[in-house]
Unconditional design. Structure first.
Length: 324
């Protein structure tokens, strides 16, 4: 758990640095660059996995012969199969590695984008409190195509600006512990002055929502809310794209992998589990994550196609060498 926290922090800080120092505070460009960087880090594992799958596919006919030969002797069958795989350099579960890496990355970046979204909401509140026009300018930078606010879900039922109930809800209880407040203690005090946080000794907590607090919050956010009055925040498009691209990416990844009883059930579960999870989570969390996950799947799909094309030419050579 602690390791996941540090990886999440690393992912968040990396994207924040790109946003502030390299992309001139362009959210989508930051997401694209971050996605490319992550995919470059994982592509070597994909290649290694594809090599293992290629070797496994090459020895599959020999594995089938061993199953028939030792049908009544499972222990001997297992010994001979392991021996054959060691000699060929194949691994039964090597082809599953990219999918097993995908799930941790999914949750790590959900947390990283949630942290980034919380920080951007804090920055927006502070900017609006300082200067309404600059606050509106910052808020307008959150728009991307049909999504009016990248830090809210691409969801036809989602408001463009978080309501007071959402902002002061249980999901934001850890907001006072945000890294931004540790780096900017004066911002923490300003949230106390606004009435959004309360201080108990040395600790800070999110204020309990009251009618008066809701009125103050709504008045502060009104300039942004007025920009898209009567509009929702999206049309469910990126959650659908995220789910569909996850399915297609997983299907392409598995297409040329050897079929075996040991991996069939795992592959079948992953084929549907990740696409459904992608759709549901992207429907609930901020749209920036949905944009990242969709781009990530598209890049993954492209690299899978290139890897498959490259190794397809080597398949016959490897098969011939192993069979000899």
């Amino acid at each position: 758990m602690q390791g996941d926290f540090f990886i999440t922090q690393w992912a968040f800080l990396g994207m924040r640095w790109l946003y502030e120092a390299l992309t001139n505070e362009n959210i989508v460009l930051t997401i694209i660059i971050a996605t490319l960087f992550i995919r470059l880090l994982t592509v070597f594992g994909d290649i290694r996995s594809r090599k293992s799958s290629m070797k496994m596919a090459a020895i599959q006919p020999q594995l089938d012969k061993l199953k028939k030969k030792y049908a009544n002797d499972p222990q001997k069958l297992n010994t001979e199969q392991q021996k054959l795989m060691r000699e060929s350099g194949a691994s039964m579960f090597g082809g599953c590695l990219p999918m097993l890496i995908t799930m941790p990355l999914f949750f790590i970046f959900i947390a990283a984008f949630r942290q980034w979204g919380n920080e951007m909401m804090v920055r927006l509140i502070l900017t609006l409190d300082d200067n309404k026009d600059k606050g509106i300018e910052l808020f307008q930078s959150f728009k991307f195509f049909w999504i009016n606010n990248l830090w809210m879900p691409d969801n036809g039922f989602s408001p463009v600006v978080a309501t007071a109930k959402e902002f002061f809800g249980a999901a934001n209880n850890t907001l006072p512990k945000l890294l931004y407040f540790q780096e900017h203690p004066e911002a923490l005090q300003r949230f106390v002055d606004l009435g959004f946080f309360v201080k108990n000794g040395d600790a800070y907590a999110l204020a309990t929502l009251t009618d008066g607090l809701a009125t103050s919050y709504n008045a502060l956010m009104a300039p942004c809310a007025e920009l898209y009055k009567g509009f929702n925040n999206g049309w469910f498009i990126f959650p659908i794209l995220a789910g569909a691209s996850t399915y297609l990416s997983t299907w392409i990844m598995q297409k040329n992998q050897p079929k075996s009883d040991a991996t069939a059930s795992t592959n079948k579960v992953m084929n549907w589990l990740m696409p459904v999870m992608s759709f549901v989570f992207c429907l609930q969390y901020n749209a920036s994550f949905a944009v990242y996950w969709t781009f990530s799947n598209i890049f993954s799909l492209g690299t899978s196609l290139l890897i498959n094309r490259s190794f397809a030419k080597k398949q016959a050579v490897v098969t011939e060498v192993i069979e000899k």
